[in-house]
Design a protein around this ligand. Structure first.
Ligand code: AMP
Length: 564
């Protein structure tokens, strides 16, 4: 039985190591020492995932439960926990600090723990407690959650507490992600034939790193396939340059509208239906229309891929946020469904009656989809090689208030988790915005010594105030990051944990895919998929874009429904 302390020590070493190859080596060596159950749990834990999405288990621990448990375990008021949190911004460090404080002092206590192997908790003990927490429901569930966490903190050393707290919020902050674990599994079980590619393929199909690690150890990775009720990573689209360029790539394309909605993956297993969101969360309870629609599909079992669109009373799609409200809603679902009704547009079939279809060409998957789902459930699709014809479809999609088109290669397989050239999206190019940098956050892992994301603001012309519109972290190369960090170091006004406030002086030109309304930012708007284009050294603060411009770009985006 491997102690949880051994796992926590590994995490600490990984966190302190900067090179990604060294991190992978550390994890690979650790994985090789574990039994099967520990291997499965540890692989998920390193990624900050407690349970694979197919298990439908949700820990349901928010900050209030976590801090209550910690305060009880350490015999201090909650205010002490929250004060420490304000200072560090990291629940893991807070938990470690609190446990450290309550530890018995003196030589005997030191000797007891000095060799680091006195931990009473095993990896399995910790997992069993997390399982208890996730399975608790009803009136007593809050109490069960607090008690289990309290038990864990009471029996842990500071270093264990650090990672128990981070696991409870599913954010490990050790600078190793899915790609790192994939490579570590491949390295640990290379002798049994595992490679990064075979591990990645198996993970994209099953979404269960524990299962993948076990199969890698057994040498049976290629036997893993799509499983009903286990969400599979969704295939994604790349941005196409233009309709002619996309047709030059694909020749005869399967042309579909790019619906303005939210992705759903539906698993129909007899009459039982599960709906997963783009992030593979189980959203079945929030979306009864999707369940009803899937029941109309004429198949015993199927995995269906499509878009849920909120249709306004004028027949046009409602804003993306309205759909999100539906996805997040846990109570009064039917009431909200009346206000924001969803319609399903299926565009792919991944699995049918016990058989995975991922390796079939789209053309054949589409033919099967047409057999099992009527036109009321399907996205329209036209095969075309003519730029004029495709341009006319594009105009119609935009007129109808949708995002544009997706041109798909009819000969391509379903590539889970891949953003490739077999699906090319065509959408109007948005004008860039020039925004003022007013804050930044220190990065993590490899980017720990750099300011990695930047808080942006526009100008409210009526008051002259700067109003934030969100953060940008993409589009910045490592080299640029280092230059930017140097530049902003001089402009830091205030440090707050991982965040810094920056004297407004620098303008970033930022591209984005869409402007959304957002209560999270003082401007009331947020940018979807913001990407830094360049620093506008040539522009002064006065030339930054105004709230009024954001508003007018927002209004002009597309012909959206006004019904909500
Ligand atoms: P993006 O989110 O811009 O990367 O574009 C990909 C998203 O477009 C998918 O995840 C779907 O949610 C959405 N989408 C809308 N219509 C389609 C379609 N016909 N085929 C594939 N994806 C679509």
């Amino acid at each position: 039985m491997t102690s949880f302390l051994a796992f926590a020590n590994l995490c600490q070493k990984v966190e302190e190591t900067s090179g990604s190859l060294d991190k992978i080596d550390l994890v690979a060596a650790f994985l090789g020492t574990l039994d099967e159950a520990e291997l499965a749990v540890s692989c998920s834990y390193v990624m900050g995932t407690l349970f694979p999405p197919g298990l439908d288990l949700d820990l349901g621990v928010g900050p209030s439960i976590l801090y209550q448990a910690l305060a009880r375990a350490c015999g201090c008021p909650i205010s002490q926990v929250t004060d420490m949190l304000k200072a560090t911004g990291d629940p893991g460090l807070v938990a470690a600090g609190m446990v450290e404080k309550k530890r018995p002092q003196g030589l005997s206590a030191f000797l007891e723990r000095a060799d680091g192997e006195e931990s009473s908790l095993s990896i399995q003990d910790v997992h069993d407690r997390f399982l208890d927490i996730a399975r608790s429901s009803g009136k007593r569930s809050q109490d069960i959650k607090v008690k289990n966490l309290q038990f864990l903190f009471s029996h842990s050393s500071p270093i264990e507490a650090r990672y128990i707290a981070r696991l409870a919020i599913e954010d490990m902050r050790i600078g190793i992600g899915e790609g790192g674990i994939r490579d570590a599994i491949a390295r640990a079980f290379a002798a049994n034939g595992a490679t990064s590619q075979s591990v990645e393929r198996a993970y994209n199909l099953t979404n269960d790193m524990g299962l993948v690690a076990s199969a890698a150890r057994e040498g049976t990775l290629d036997r893993l396939s799509v499983m009903i009720n286990h969400p599979i990573k969704m295939m994604l689209a790349q941005l196409g340059e233009s309709i002619p360029a996309a047709l030059a790539e694909i020749c005869t394309a399967a042309v579909e509208w790019k619906y303005d909605g939210a992705r759903v993956q539906i698993h129909k297993d007899g009459d039982r239906v599960k709906v997963f969101s783009r992030r593979l969360e189980n959203v079945t309870a929030s979306l009864p229309e999707m369940v009803q629609a899937a029941r109309k599909v004429m198949a015993k079992s199927a995995i269906l891929d499509g878009e849920a669109v909120a249709v306004g009373s004028d027949g046009r799609p409602m804003a993306f946020q309205e759909i999100l409200k539906r996805f997040r809603r846990k109570y009064d679902v039917e009431k909200l469904a009346k206000k924001i009704p969803l319609r399903l547009f299926l565009f792919d079939l991944i699995y049918l009656d016990g058989r995975s279809l991922t390796d079939l060409p789209l053309r054949e998957r589409r033919a099967l989809l047409e057999k099992v789902a009527g036109p009321d459930l399907r996205a329209d699709q036209i095969l075309s090689a003519s730029a004029e014809e495709v341009a006319a479809i594009y105009e119609r999609a935009l007129e109808a208030g949708h995002e544009g088109l997706i041109l798909k290669n009819p000969t391509s397989a379903y590539a889970p988790g891949k953003r490739g050239k077999n699906w090319l999206k065509i959408k109007p190019v948005m004008e860039t915005l020039d925004l003022v940098v007013i804050g930044a956050k220190w990065g993590e892992g490899r980017r720990a010594s750099f300011l990695g994301s930047y808080r942006l603001a526009c100008v409210d012309q009526s008051s002259g105030k700067l109003l934030d519109v969100g953060w940008v972290a993409t589009g910045i190369t490592d080299e640029a990051l280092s230059d930017l960090t140097e530049m902003f170091r001089e402009l830091v006004i205030l440090e707050k944990g991982m965040e810094v406030e920056i004297k407004p002086a620098v303008i970033f030109e930022v591209a984005y895919e869409e402007i959304q309304r957002s209560p999270n930012y003082s401007s009331g708007y947020a940018l979807r998929f913001p990407r830094m284009v360049r620093v506008r050294d040539d522009k002064s603060l006065e030339e930054a874009d105004s709230l009024e411009r954001i508003l007018s770009l927002y209004r002009g985006q597309r012909g959206r429904s006004n019904s909500v």
